[in-house]
Design a protein around this ligand. Structure first.
Ligand code: ADP
Length: 232
């Protein structure tokens, strides 16, 4: 039996320009199941664009993206949107909670959109809020939460569907370093516990250090970090 790690997501030779601006210029990347991968690189190098292509939010102009071996870049928008709703979780820099909803309703939202009954969705949301140390805050709206609490609610919302892949774009970028560290620790611990694959974009080496592996994006291409560089 083969012991090679199973590839969860693979991108090959992605190219994507915004008008005259090239964002990806032959980016290739492979992430194995359960791996926590950090994508580093300077601002404007193409990290977010790559993440959005991997998650089926953007479609590359050439190249391919595969999820467990199946191409997803060629799916119709409705199919990609179903894939995102059912199998992917997202955490962005600014939690992007719906301000009119309570924390609990925000976390329940992906389940409600997926057709879960309200009582069951809210119960699952409460479970995730408890797990992420937010018990008692379920009825708070985002304006009544600290930055760290709001980001943990965003994390709960991403995890409530128990996604196969969690995509995080600068998830600690708006937090002070101590709060950011707590959010990262929670994210990594929970992902490991559930075997969730994580693709994390960050420009902070301290955040990337929590990952199993780091790659660097420069000028729209992916460079693997050498072992020596990781060790230095
Ligand atoms: P990073 O995440 O590394 O900061 P991005 O992927 O956001 O980089 O951007 C890569 C390049 O593509 C940059 O030159 C950026 O200005 C450009 N870009 C990204 N998104 C858009 C967009 N929606 N419209 C126009 N240009 C964009």
């Amino acid at each position: 039996m083969s012991t090679a790690p199973e590839v969860m997501i693979e991108a090959r030779d992605l190219e994507l320009s915004f008008g005259p601006t090239p964002a990806l210029r032959g980016a290739s990347l492979s992430v194995t199941r359960g791996e926590i991968l950090a994508i580093m690189g300077p601002s404007g190098s193409g990290k977010s664009t790559l993440l959005h292509c991997l998650a089926g939010i953007l479609t590359p102009q050439s190249g391919e993206v595969r999820l467990e071996g199946t191409r997803i870049d060629t799916l119709r928008e409705a199919e990609r949107s179903a894939l995102r709703r059912e199998r992917f979780g997202f955490v962005f820099q600014f939690g992007q909670l719906v301000p009119e909803l309570t924390a609990e309703e925000n976390v329940a939202l992906p389940l409600l959109l997926g057709g879960r009954k309200r009582a069951a969705a809210l119960a699952a949301a409460r479970g995730w809020l408890d797990r992420l140390g937010l018990d008692g805050l379920g009825d708070h709206r985002s304006g009544e939460l600290s930055g760290g609490q709001a980001q943990r609610v965003a994390l709960a919302r991403a995890l409530v569907i128990e996604p196969d892949v969690l995509f995080a774009d600068e998830p600690t970028g708006s937090l002070d370093s101590m709060t950011g560290e707590q959010v990262m620790d929670l994210m990594v611990d929970t992902a490991r516990e559930h075997g969730t694959t994580v693709v994390l974009v960050t420009h902070e080496p301290r955040v990337a250090a929590c990952a199993d592996r780091e790659v660097v994006v420069r000028d729209g291409r992916v460079t693997q970090l050498s072992v020596e560089r990781l060790a230095s």
